[in-house]
Design a protein around this ligand. Sequence first.
Ligand code: RRO
Length: 313
Amino acid sequence: MSLQVSLLNNTFANPFMNAAGVMCSTTDDLVAMTESASGSLVSKSCTPAPREGNPSPRYKDLPLGSINSMGLPNKGFDYYLAYALSQHHYGAKPLFLSMSGFSAEENAAMCERLAAVATEKGVILELNLSCPNVPGKPQVAYDFDAMRRYLTAVSAVYPHPFGVKMPPYFDIAHFDMAAAVLNEFPKVKFVTCINSVGNGLVIDVESETVVIKPKQGFGGLGGRYVLPTALANVNAFYRRCPEKLIFGCGGVYSGEDAFLHVLAGASMVQVGTALHEEGAGIFARLCSELQQIMGKKGYKTLDEFRGKVKTLE
Ligand code: RRO
């Protein structure tokens, strides 16, 4: 039996990686991810200049998941570009770099510089179109004209295949419109579904108080709260974007959760809240649990069941 995944000219030992934002902001984080049993890793969404992000507390683990309003704290594009350049990729696991500039032009400028490192080191871009937590900045992917402008600007300067990190959608018409925009851009080779479910509000009953400080307590939900929404988005884009790969993200705590993401259509499977809770040791557990389920069902590879979720008639 094998958990191996081959895509974008890379081979991954297994489909698991961190979700951008978790365990990927510093060199120490990225080294911990590299040394884990994950098949890959992605660095924290970056902006041209370093950012402190929103005031703390800005992340809260909850029984059913997490809420965060980090506000894009990151060490700046140059830091992650230097990390990518420093990596020896012989026998190492492939690296994704997440980018979240505040305009089409900022992203294009970073992409012009990333291009050479992508050629030399094989690092792969995941363009974040769905940060829900910067006060006054609506999510790009909830504005289809803005999304088209961002993808046009990046496609014009970036010569490599790349991926996009999408927010969840909740309406079939929105799945149709978002997929149609993505399908205009052949360089978009993978679609990561989903970012956190934006602007939830968690209130502690005892103290009658919100649990994070920024934005009056409003923040992105992850974890158990979001698994069905994540599966719906993975499958919706899997069905609508036959030329693209789908990366699943949302609510993965177990091998069974990962199995469901692959059934819905996922190629890679990202782990956010559960990785934050459990640490990098989670990847060995997820691999063994996923293999155990595949063994019970008689599957030898992920290809045998990817996207094969059955419907009722
Ligand atoms: O940093 C954040 O607040 C953040 C980002 Br950029 C994102 O894309 N998703 C999220 O839940 N938090």
